[in-house]
Ligand binder design. Sequence first.
Ligand SMILES: Cc1cc2nc3c(=O)[nH]c(=O)nc-3n(C[C@H](O)[C@H](O)[C@H](O)COP(=O)(O)OP(=O)(O)OC[C@H]3O[C@@H](n4cnc5c(N)ncnc54)[C@H](O)[C@@H]3O)c2cc1C
Length: 239
Amino acid sequence: MGIIDVDLDVLIAGGGPGGLASAEAAAKAGCSVQLVEQNKEIGSPLRTTGGSFVEELKALGIPQKFLHPIHRCRFVSPNNEAAWDYPTAIACVMDVKGVYQFLACRAIDAGAQIRLGVTATAPLMEDGYVRGLRLRDAAGKEWEQRAKVTIDASGYRASLMKQSGVHKGSRRFGVGAEYDLYAPHYDETEAVLIVGSKVAPSGYAWFFSVGQSPRACRRGDHPSRFACQRGCVPGRSDP
Ligand SMILES: Cc1cc2nc3c(=O)[nH]c(=O)nc-3n(C[C@H](O)[C@H](O)[C@H](O)COP(=O)(O)OP(=O)(O)OC[C@H]3O[C@@H](n4cnc5c(N)ncnc54)[C@H](O)[C@@H]3O)c2cc1C
């Protein structure tokens, strides 16, 4: 295992929105920044629906072209149904890959380095402090990278924080599944949220349209995103 002697200011594990935003902020503040992402592409595979809010995303500088506005929210339970109309859209669905790659470009423009296909396997511990990360690339090469500040942005598992003892990890998890599909005749301005033990025990299912895209092959077909999030398991530690 090699050691990279040059200390970075900030080393970040995880190229999701948390890691990418941290990378940009640190680089803008003048820090030397490296972010490692285990996947070979930012924003893929897709793990999130991208439901969000227009004003909040605008405030973060996300361009309008990545946002698909929602003008009607419909809530469906086994016995009831209610809908609210929003002539001016408050909610939206993001082009998730587009937004994450946009955040990556902003981080790079600010001076951060992003390394894809590199996995952080463990925190580098010295005298009880985190001094960096052990890293492994897709070819199996391993090395240690030291940094003044190490950020675990690896998502809900928080495996690096747990290994270092900084955080015990979450005690409650929701299990989610995400499907992209073509939905002919689905109203692309509407989001539908479904509750009830038959469809989504202890959770909810929702349908979001991401709007027309070049992938839509027939008029009236809208690629719609469907996510089902179900089954919070209280009291369980990491699944
Ligand atoms: C099915 C589903 C639907 C969701 N829908 C929505 C929604 O509609 N709206 C919403 O606001 N939120 C939604 N969420 C929640 C949202 O996805 C998370 O809050 C958000 O992704 C957290 O961002 P993050 O950057 O902290 O972590 P993540 O997005 O999980 O990013 C972590 C990154 O770290 C990488 N990584 C992990 N371990 C390592 C490692 N050891 N070394 C290197 N890289 C590593 C991963 O590959 C990943 O790219 C949904 C979640 C799920 C599961």
